[in-house]
Design a protein. Structure first.
Length: 236
Protein backbone atom coordinates (compact mmCIF):
# COMPACT_ATOMS: atom_id res chain seq x y z
CA UNK A 1 0.00 0.00 0.00
CA UNK A 2 1.43 3.36 -1.05
CA UNK A 3 1.61 6.31 1.38
CA UNK A 4 -1.18 8.02 -0.56
CA UNK A 5 -3.38 4.95 -0.25
CA UNK A 6 -2.66 4.88 3.48
CA UNK A 7 -3.75 8.51 3.77
CA UNK A 8 -7.01 7.66 2.03
CA UNK A 9 -7.62 4.72 4.37
CA UNK A 10 -7.19 6.98 7.39
CA UNK A 11 -9.57 9.50 5.82
CA UNK A 12 -12.14 6.76 5.20
CA UNK A 13 -12.05 5.94 8.90
CA UNK A 14 -12.61 9.58 9.84
CA UNK A 15 -15.50 10.06 7.44
CA UNK A 16 -17.41 7.43 9.45
CA UNK A 17 -17.64 9.97 12.29
CA UNK A 18 -19.52 12.52 10.19
CA UNK A 19 -23.24 12.80 10.86
CA UNK A 20 -25.95 14.91 9.19
CA UNK A 21 -26.14 18.45 10.50
CA UNK A 22 -22.58 18.53 11.79
CA UNK A 23 -20.44 21.65 11.84
CA UNK A 24 -17.01 20.57 10.61
CA UNK A 25 -13.52 22.01 10.48
CA UNK A 26 -11.67 21.01 7.31
CA UNK A 27 -7.90 20.64 7.59
CA UNK A 28 -5.17 21.46 5.11
CA UNK A 29 -2.59 19.21 3.47
CA UNK A 30 -2.29 16.06 1.39
CA UNK A 31 -4.06 13.81 3.90
CA UNK A 32 -6.83 16.26 4.76
CA UNK A 33 -7.44 16.63 1.03
CA UNK A 34 -8.57 13.00 0.91
CA UNK A 35 -11.07 13.67 3.69
CA UNK A 36 -12.48 16.69 1.86
CA UNK A 37 -12.84 14.62 -1.33
CA UNK A 38 -14.72 11.91 0.56
CA UNK A 39 -16.90 14.48 2.25
CA UNK A 40 -17.69 16.06 -1.09
CA UNK A 41 -18.93 12.71 -2.39
CA UNK A 42 -21.21 12.34 0.61
CA UNK A 43 -22.52 15.87 0.18
CA UNK A 44 -23.28 15.11 -3.46
CA UNK A 45 -25.23 12.08 -2.25
CA UNK A 46 -27.34 14.25 0.06
CA UNK A 47 -25.39 14.73 3.30
CA UNK A 48 -26.12 18.09 4.91
CA UNK A 49 -23.14 19.56 6.80
CA UNK A 50 -21.57 23.00 7.10
CA UNK A 51 -17.81 23.48 7.20
CA UNK A 52 -15.05 25.91 8.08
CA UNK A 53 -11.91 25.51 5.92
CA UNK A 54 -8.50 26.13 7.49
CA UNK A 55 -6.88 27.62 4.38
CA UNK A 56 -7.68 29.20 1.06
CA UNK A 57 -6.51 26.01 -0.65
CA UNK A 58 -9.01 23.92 1.29
CA UNK A 59 -11.74 26.50 0.71
CA UNK A 60 -11.25 26.29 -3.07
CA UNK A 61 -11.30 22.49 -2.96
CA UNK A 62 -14.46 22.38 -0.82
CA UNK A 63 -16.26 24.93 -3.00
CA UNK A 64 -15.45 22.89 -6.10
CA UNK A 65 -17.13 19.89 -4.48
CA UNK A 66 -20.28 21.74 -3.49
CA UNK A 67 -19.58 21.61 0.25
CA UNK A 68 -21.47 24.31 2.15
CA UNK A 69 -19.04 26.67 3.90
CA UNK A 70 -19.22 29.12 6.75
CA UNK A 71 -16.79 31.07 8.92
CA UNK A 72 -15.99 30.95 12.61
CA UNK A 73 -17.52 34.42 12.91
CA UNK A 74 -20.82 32.99 11.69
CA UNK A 75 -20.41 29.56 13.32
CA UNK A 76 -18.04 29.92 16.28
CA UNK A 77 -18.57 26.43 17.70
CA UNK A 78 -17.83 23.29 15.68
CA UNK A 79 -18.54 19.64 16.35
CA UNK A 80 -15.50 18.07 14.73
CA UNK A 81 -12.29 19.03 12.96
CA UNK A 82 -10.45 16.48 10.83
CA UNK A 83 -6.88 17.34 9.87
CA UNK A 84 -3.51 15.80 9.15
CA UNK A 85 -0.21 16.14 11.00
CA UNK A 86 3.45 16.33 10.10
CA UNK A 87 4.34 14.35 13.24
CA UNK A 88 2.34 12.74 16.03
CA UNK A 89 3.27 10.78 19.12
CA UNK A 90 1.21 8.05 20.72
CA UNK A 91 -0.17 10.52 23.29
CA UNK A 92 -1.23 12.78 20.37
CA UNK A 93 1.27 15.59 20.67
CA UNK A 94 1.57 17.00 17.16
CA UNK A 95 3.71 19.10 14.90
CA UNK A 96 1.67 20.82 12.19
CA UNK A 97 2.27 23.62 9.75
CA UNK A 98 4.16 21.99 6.91
CA UNK A 99 1.47 23.34 4.61
CA UNK A 100 1.68 26.79 6.14
CA UNK A 101 -1.82 26.85 7.68
CA UNK A 102 -0.92 26.21 11.32
CA UNK A 103 -2.57 29.33 12.79
CA UNK A 104 -5.97 28.78 11.20
CA UNK A 105 -5.69 25.04 11.82
CA UNK A 106 -5.16 25.64 15.53
CA UNK A 107 -7.95 28.23 15.80
CA UNK A 108 -10.42 25.90 14.07
CA UNK A 109 -9.33 22.87 16.11
CA UNK A 110 -9.71 24.78 19.37
CA UNK A 111 -13.22 25.87 18.33
CA UNK A 112 -14.23 22.21 17.89
CA UNK A 113 -15.60 19.72 20.38
CA UNK A 114 -13.22 17.13 18.93
CA UNK A 115 -10.13 17.11 16.75
CA UNK A 116 -9.39 13.93 14.82
CA UNK A 117 -6.01 13.47 13.13
CA UNK A 118 -5.58 11.34 10.03
CA UNK A 119 -2.12 10.21 8.96
CA UNK A 120 -0.04 7.50 7.39
CA UNK A 121 2.46 5.49 9.42
CA UNK A 122 5.42 7.73 8.50
CA UNK A 123 3.97 10.54 10.65
CA UNK A 124 3.93 8.45 13.86
CA UNK A 125 7.06 9.12 15.94
CA UNK A 126 8.29 8.33 19.46
CA UNK A 127 9.35 11.95 20.01
CA UNK A 128 8.61 15.21 18.21
CA UNK A 129 11.27 17.21 16.42
CA UNK A 130 12.58 15.36 13.38
CA UNK A 131 10.17 17.41 11.26
CA UNK A 132 11.21 21.09 11.36
CA UNK A 133 8.93 22.99 13.73
CA UNK A 134 7.07 25.81 11.95
CA UNK A 135 6.69 29.08 13.85
CA UNK A 136 4.43 31.74 12.34
CA UNK A 137 5.70 35.29 12.87
CA UNK A 138 4.65 38.79 11.84
CA UNK A 139 6.60 40.30 8.97
CA UNK A 140 7.46 43.53 10.74
CA UNK A 141 10.93 43.24 12.29
CA UNK A 142 11.12 39.57 11.46
CA UNK A 143 14.88 39.35 11.90
CA UNK A 144 14.52 40.63 15.46
CA UNK A 145 11.85 38.00 16.02
CA UNK A 146 14.19 35.38 14.60
CA UNK A 147 16.75 36.37 17.25
CA UNK A 148 14.09 35.96 19.92
CA UNK A 149 13.24 32.51 18.54
CA UNK A 150 16.90 31.45 18.76
CA UNK A 151 16.97 32.61 22.39
CA UNK A 152 13.83 30.63 23.18
CA UNK A 153 15.23 27.50 21.58
CA UNK A 154 18.42 27.82 23.59
CA UNK A 155 16.50 28.31 26.83
CA UNK A 156 14.41 25.22 26.08
CA UNK A 157 17.55 23.14 25.49
CA UNK A 158 16.99 22.87 21.74
CA UNK A 159 19.42 23.60 18.95
CA UNK A 160 19.31 23.64 15.19
CA UNK A 161 19.02 25.83 12.12
CA UNK A 162 16.21 28.37 11.91
CA UNK A 163 15.32 29.41 8.37
CA UNK A 164 12.73 31.66 6.80
CA UNK A 165 10.42 29.54 4.65
CA UNK A 166 10.74 30.44 0.99
CA UNK A 167 9.04 29.45 -2.23
CA UNK A 168 10.82 27.72 -5.10
CA UNK A 169 11.63 31.07 -6.68
CA UNK A 170 13.35 32.30 -3.54
CA UNK A 171 10.72 34.74 -2.36
CA UNK A 172 9.43 34.45 1.21
CA UNK A 173 6.40 32.22 1.79
CA UNK A 174 3.43 34.28 2.98
CA UNK A 175 0.66 32.61 5.00
CA UNK A 176 -3.04 33.23 4.38
CA UNK A 177 -2.79 35.62 7.33
CA UNK A 178 -0.02 37.67 5.67
CA UNK A 179 2.72 36.37 7.97
CA UNK A 180 6.10 34.64 7.59
CA UNK A 181 7.05 31.17 8.83
CA UNK A 182 10.34 30.21 10.46
CA UNK A 183 11.19 26.51 10.20
CA UNK A 184 13.23 25.24 13.16
CA UNK A 185 15.22 22.09 12.38
CA UNK A 186 15.70 20.82 15.93
CA UNK A 187 16.08 17.07 15.50
CA UNK A 188 14.31 16.40 18.80
CA UNK A 189 12.15 18.30 21.26
CA UNK A 190 12.52 17.00 24.79
CA UNK A 191 9.89 19.24 26.40
CA UNK A 192 7.36 20.52 23.85
CA UNK A 193 5.26 22.33 26.47
CA UNK A 194 8.15 24.44 27.69
CA UNK A 195 9.28 25.21 24.14
CA UNK A 196 5.79 26.24 23.09
CA UNK A 197 5.35 28.55 26.08
CA UNK A 198 8.74 30.18 25.53
CA UNK A 199 8.12 30.76 21.83
CA UNK A 200 4.67 32.23 22.46
CA UNK A 201 6.25 34.75 24.84
CA UNK A 202 8.59 36.09 22.15
CA UNK A 203 7.61 39.41 20.54
CA UNK A 204 6.52 38.85 16.96
CA UNK A 205 5.64 35.17 17.33
CA UNK A 206 2.01 34.58 16.36
CA UNK A 207 1.75 30.81 16.86
CA UNK A 208 3.79 27.61 16.90
CA UNK A 209 3.21 24.34 15.09
CA UNK A 210 3.11 22.46 18.39
CA UNK A 211 -0.43 21.16 18.92
CA UNK A 212 -0.42 19.92 22.51
CA UNK A 213 -3.47 18.62 24.30
CA UNK A 214 -5.68 19.49 21.34
CA UNK A 215 -6.18 16.27 19.35
CA UNK A 216 -8.55 13.68 20.80
CA UNK A 217 -8.17 10.78 18.37
CA UNK A 218 -5.85 9.79 15.54
CA UNK A 219 -6.38 7.28 12.76
CA UNK A 220 -2.98 6.11 11.54
CA UNK A 221 -2.90 3.86 8.50
CA UNK A 222 -0.22 1.31 7.66
CA UNK A 223 0.01 -1.64 5.31
CA UNK A 224 -2.14 -3.74 7.65
CA UNK A 225 -4.97 -1.32 8.22
CA UNK A 226 -5.79 1.63 10.46
CA UNK A 227 -4.67 1.98 14.07
CA UNK A 228 -6.68 4.20 16.43
CA UNK A 229 -4.79 6.30 18.95
CA UNK A 230 -6.52 8.25 21.69
CA UNK A 231 -5.36 11.11 23.87
CA UNK A 232 -4.81 10.15 27.53
CA UNK A 233 -7.88 12.10 28.65
CA UNK A 234 -10.14 11.12 25.73
CA UNK A 235 -13.23 9.31 27.01
CA UNK A 236 -14.99 8.75 23.69
Amino acid sequence: MSPDEMKRQAALKAIELVEPGMRLGLGTGSTARHFVDLLGAKVKAGLDVICVPTSNVTRVQAESLGIRLTTLDETPELDLTVDGADELTDDLALIKGGGGALLREKIVAMASDRMVVIADLSKRVPRLGAFPLPVEIVRFGWRSTEDWVHSCLEEAGCSGAVTLRRLAGGEAFITDNGNYILDCALGRIDDPDILHDLLKSAPGVVETGLFLGIADTAFVADANGVVTLRAPDDET
